[in-house]
Write a protein that binds this ligand. Structure first.
Ligand code: CDP
Length: 235
């Protein structure tokens, strides 16, 4: 991954963590904040999604921690972010950017992400990718486990109804036909698994800035994050 210099502070490679539940707007907001600050963007959820996709394709038992950890150890997962463009995800060289957003992957990913050995492998990869700094990283455990020393941490949230509606609109725009209620159930289920697991649970770091995006337009959320980043850098 290329490291970008922050125009906010020429000598410092900012690291920004963005965590929160499904559909809170993390990826859109994190991507735009990264673009505005000239930083890289790392979507850690896409890495878990790629592993879940491979496990589904191979028919791996999703309850088998050893097999899943082995699958990860032998997988090449690359997440490429280009300024202004969509994130592209490559699994063993194949572009799986669309496939990882399918409902079957949504249904499987939190189970795969719940295992300690899978998380250990992912966290090692994510820290290596963020090592050079100059990056906005989004996920569930970034401010708590992956990058506890991040310069600025955000925890984005929104009501379940608002999150479900956003995700439903996204899925429909991608051509998936699915009921709003089913999407709401799926993200509520994923939130429960993500928040309830023993390792790297979805949790707000004590020093993360809480942003509720329920009734706030994306542009305004982006400006709010940028304001906090500027304050933090000027401290
Ligand atoms: O886009 P959305 O918020 O729905 O999810 P995502 O960021 O693509 O993450 C998909 C799933 O991966 C989450 O529901 C978690 O189970 C898992 N995940 C995780 O455990 N830790 C992370 N740092 C990122 C994602």
């Amino acid at each position: 991954m290329q490291s970008g210099m922050s125009p906010l502070h020429p000598k410092r490679q900012l690291v920004i963590a963005v965590d929160g539940p499904a559909g809170a707007g993390k990826s859109t907001v994190a991507r735009r904040v990264a673009d505005r600050l000239g930083l890289e963007y790392l979507d850690t959820g896409a890495m878990y999604r790629a592993l879940a996709l491979k496990a589904l394709r191979r028919g791996v038992d999703l309850r088998d921690e050893e097999q899943l950890a082995e699958l990860l150890a032998t997988s090449d997962i690359a997440v490429a972010s280009r300024a202004g463009g969509a994130v592209r995800v490559f699994l063993d060289g194949e572009d799986v950017s669309d496939a990882i957003r399918a409902p079957e992957v949504n249904a499987a990913v939190s189970q795969v992400a719940g295992f300690a050995k899978v998380r250990a492998g992912m966290v090692t990869r994510q820290r290596a990718l963020a090592r050079a700094g100059g990056v906005v990283v989004d996920g569930r455990d970034i401010g708590t486990e992956v990058l506890p020393d991040a310069d600025v941490k955000f925890f984005l949230t929104a009501s379940l109804k608002a999150r479900a509606r956003r995700r439903w609109e996204e899925l429909r725009a991608q051509g998936f036909s699915i009921e709003l209620d089913a999407v709401e159930e799926e993200i509520a289920h994923r939130d429960r698994l993500d928040a309830g697991r023993a390792v790297g649970p979805l949790r707000r770091a004590p020093d993360a800035i809480l942003i509720d995006t329920t009734d706030v337009a994306v542009d305004a959320v982006v400006e709010e994050l940028l304001r906090f980043c500027r304050l933090r850098v000027c401290e």
